[in-house]
Design a protein around this ligand. Sequence first.
Ligand SMILES: Cc1cc2nc3c(=O)[nH]c(=O)nc-3n(C[C@H](O)[C@H](O)[C@H](O)COP(=O)(O)OP(=O)(O)OC[C@H]3O[C@@H](n4cnc5c(N)ncnc54)[C@H](O)[C@@H]3O)c2cc1C
Ligand code: SF4
Ligand code: SF4
Ligand code: SF4
Length: 400
Amino acid sequence: MKDHIRIEDPKQCCGCGACVNICPCGAIMMKEDEMGFIFPSVDEEKCVNCGLCISVCTFTDKGSGANGDPEVYAAVTKNTGVLMESSSGGLFTELAEAVLDKGGAVFGAAWGENMSLCHIAVENKKDLARLRGSKYVQSSTDSTFKRAKEMLDSGRYVCYSGTPCQISGFKAFLKKDYEKLLTVDIICHGVPSMKMLKDDLGYVAGKKKMNIRDVKFRDKTYGWGVLGSISGDGAKIKYHSGTSPYYFYFLNGEIYRESCYNCRYPSEGRQGDITLGDYWGIREELTSKMGEVDVDKGVSCVLVNNEKGRQWMKLIESRLLIAQSDRKSAEKRNKQLTAASVPMREHTALSDMYKEKGYDAFLYWYKKHYKEHIAGAIKRMIPGKIKRKLMQTYNDIRSR
Ligand SMILES: Cc1cc2nc3c(=O)[nH]c(=O)nc-3n(C[C@H](O)[C@H](O)[C@H](O)COP(=O)(O)OP(=O)(O)OC[C@H]3O[C@@H](n4cnc5c(N)ncnc54)[C@H](O)[C@@H]3O)c2cc1C
Ligand code: SF4
Ligand code: SF4
Ligand code: SF4
């Protein structure tokens, strides 16, 4: 007899939601564990043991659906307004607008009511603002795989964007390729839980009882870096990554979902037709080839993974400052292109603490190790321009 999906080891489930979307009986719901990570939970009363949820689950299928050797570019949109609202070089918006121009729909991660993060469908350029920007937390795909499939079956263009595991889950759900589908995955080192983020936002907001409507992790007010900001009720608070335990431990790779430390996508080839990330190291490598580029506003690393991706890039090329690179150069400073994140020193302690005693214990630990943390934070806080000036002055003094 067939069975239904059972999660015996959290490392084996990335929470992509393909099983939820494929279940013909609506028998699977995503439920939070003690850390706030979402896992499928089957209602035995509704389940007819068809086994579809097992067959659609690709997270542990080595080599399934990966694309071959990519063309690599550094690129930036020429639209400064879009660039300033985007986390990297704003390539996502350019691709999304190209799909909307063809009457298509664009799926991606957006903040919802009560600061939840869900994938939604956007069908006009104004609403694209909701998808812009990296949200460093897990997004729920909800029923969007089904919705995107309906649109594709009716002959519409669709762009589906997300983490590699979400794109892999979506492709497994579809079972076939569609000419009018563009998939865009991001370079991804891991996702923490929404529960933990909500706790942390409360800490960041402090005594200001604000109704948070928007969170930015890559606010570019002072340049391309890791400045966070929260807004709501007409107020805005900016905070440096090192002053938020969540953001600090996120950047240090300590608080991801267990599956992220077991992620097969970095080493197996890309899932999307196009992959987007940050082009770290651009300053030393390619700026002279990119014309008027202002690196302090962000530069995208773009991997064009197949012919379909190439066609879409051609459509937006005139809207970009772009320079060809190669995989080796991109990988040099972006380890997430070659290997999964490794759980760092404090991962287990932090997880246990959060599970047993909640955010307060987590915060206590962070404060106890404040000095080490703050030294790292200060390094990150200094804007690129000032860092370079300091280095230049230092070198000048040394050479005298
Ligand atoms: C959790 C996470 C980890 C990342 N890690 C790295 C990394 O290690 N190295 C690197 O180079 N780049 C990383 N990125 C990607 C990078 O930050 C930018 O998102 C990417 O370069 C696209 O930037 P953009 O300027 O083109 O578009 P933007 O407008 O900045 O990004 C929008 C795109 O990001 C997607 N997105 C945003 N948040 C989420 C989410 N939580 N889940 C799924 N999709 C999301 C949207 O759907 C949309 O496709 C990460 C992004 C996320 C969300
Ligand atoms: S399909 Fe996705 S969410 Fe469902 S069990 Fe597999 S990895 Fe988890
Ligand atoms: S076995 Fe079939 S009915 Fe049961 S949960 Fe899985 S997909 Fe749904
Ligand atoms: S690191 Fe891997 S498993 Fe984790 S969210 Fe990114 S793609 Fe998914």
